[in-house]
Write a protein that binds this ligand. Structure first.
Ligand code: UDP
Length: 313
C-alpha cells in the first residue's frame, strides 16, 4: 500500500514508519522536525520504499510531491509531551487544526483513508476512571494543557465532520501514555525523565505527592493497535493504551529496581491541572479489533533502558 505518515520522524511516527516499511508498504514521511528527529528514520532512508520530506504539513504542497496516490494518511504530527506543547502552543494548535484539515482535504481528493492520532488528554482531568470512549471529558479550555487538549478535541471534531459530510473513512485512536526507544530523553515526560535521571545517578523528580496515576503502553503494542484499527470499518474514537495503572511513586520504584540503583526521590511542587488519574478502558479495542497490550511495564522498561544504555539498538 501507499502511505503518508505526517509526523513520521517523531517517536511514534518513526516506529509506525518502521512497521509499514517492514510489511512492504511505500511510505512518504513528512515532518518539520519541530520535536521529531531525522535520526529516528535515517535507517529507513536507504529503503527504496521510504521517502522523507522535511516540511511543515501546514505549508507543504503535498500533492506536488506525491509519487503515488495514497491509500492511507496517518497524522501524528504534533508536539505530544507537556513540556513540548507548552513551548510550542501555537504550533500545537495549528498542526492539529489546519494540519488536520490539510490531511483531510488530501484524503477527499485522493480517496485515501485518514487516521488522526487523538489522545487520552481529550478526557482532561477525568471525573470517572477508567475512561471509556463515551466519557466527554473534564477539560479546562484555557488551562496550561489547553493548547494540546483543545487542539486534539478540534482534530477529532473536524475528522468526524469530514467523515459524516463526505463519507471519508476516518479513524480516531485515543492514545494513552506510550513509551519506548526513541523518546527524547529531554522531552520532559516521566519515563524518559526518570531513565535519564537514573542513568546520571540524579534524584528522581516526582511532581506533587506522586499518588497521581498513569497507565503506560509499550510502543510496539500501540503501533500494532493503530495498524489493526485502519483495517477496521469503525470510525468512532477507540482507546489504545495499557490498562495496568500505576502511581508515579510506583513507577519510580520500578525504575530503581530495573536500574538497580537506590537513588533518592525528590518531591517537587505539583504541576497545575495535572490529571490525577488516567487509565484506559480498552474493552472496545478488545472486542472490535481483538487488540490488547502484550508487554508489561517491567519488560517494556527493561527494553527501553537497554536502548538508552546502548545494550541494544
Ligand atoms: N511527572 C513526575 N516527574 C517527572 C515528570 C512527570 O512526577 O519528572 C508526573 C507528571 O506530573 C504526571 C505524570 O508524571 O502526573 C505523567 O507525566 P508525563 O509528562 O509523562 O505525561 P502526561 O500523562 O502528564 O501527559
Amino acid at each position: 500500500m501507499n502511505i503518508i505518515v505526517v509526523g513520521g520522524a517523531g517517536f511514534l511516527g518513526s516506529h509506525l514508519c518502521d512497521a509499514l516499511v517492514r510489511k512492504g508498504d511505500r511510505v512518504l514521511c513528512i515532518d518539520n522536525l519541530i520535536t521529531g528527529n531525522k535520526e529516528n528514520v535515517v535507517h529507513l532512508v536507504k529503503s527504496r520504499n521510504f521517502i522523507f520530506i522535511e516540511e511543515d504539513i501546514i505549508t507543504c504542497e503535498v500533492e506536488k510531491k506525491l509519487l503515488f496516490t495514497p491509500d492511507i494518511v496517518f497524522h501524528l504530527a504534533s508536539p505530544a509531551s507537556p513540556k513540548d506543547y507548552v513551548k510550542f502552543p501555537i504550533e500545537t494548535l495549528l498542526v492539529n487544526s489546519i494540519g488536520t484539515k490539510k490531511c483531510l482535504d488530501l484524503c477527499l481528493k485522493t480517496g485515501a483513508k485518514f487516521l488522526f492520532t487523538s489522545t487520552s488528554e481529550v478526557y482532561g482531568d477525568p471525573l470517572t476512571s477508567p475512561q471509556k470512549e463515551d466519557y466527554w471529558g473534564n477539560v479546562n479550555p484555557i488551562g496550561p494543557r489547553s493548547m494540546y487538549d483543545e487542539a486534539k478535541r478540534f482534530g477529532e471534531a473536524i475528522t468526524m465532520a469530514y467523515h459524516k459530510k463526505y463519507g471519508i473513512k476516518t479513524y480516531l485512536p485515543r492514545i494513552f501514555n506510550t513509551y519506548g526507544p526513541r523518546m527524547r530523553l529531554d522531552d520532559g515526560r516521566v519515563i524518559p525523565n526518570f531513565i535519564s535521571q537514573a542513568i546520571k545517578g540524579e534524584p528522581l523528580t516526582v511532581y506533587g505527592d506522586g499518588k497521581q496515576t498513569r497507565s503506560f503502553c509499550y510502543v510496539d503494542d500501540l503501533i500494532r493497535g493503530l495498524l489493526m484499527l485502519v483495517e477496521s470499518n469503525y470510525h468512532m474514537p477507540v482507546n489504545l493504551g495499557n490498562p495496568e495503572e500505576f502511581t508515579i511513586l510506583e513507577l519510580a520504584e520500578k525504575i530503581r529496581n530495573i536500574t538497580r540503583t537506590n537513588i533518592q526521590i525528590e518531591f517537587l511542587p505539583p504541576l497545575p491541572d495535572d490529571p490525577r488519574k488516567r487509565k484506559p478502558d480498552i474493552e472496545l479495542a478488545k472486542n472490535l479489533l481483538g487488540w490488547e497490550p502484550t508487554i508489561n511495564l517491567d519488560d517494556g522498561l527493561t527494553k527501553t533502558l537497554s536502548y538508552y544504555t546502548g545494550k541494544t539498538s
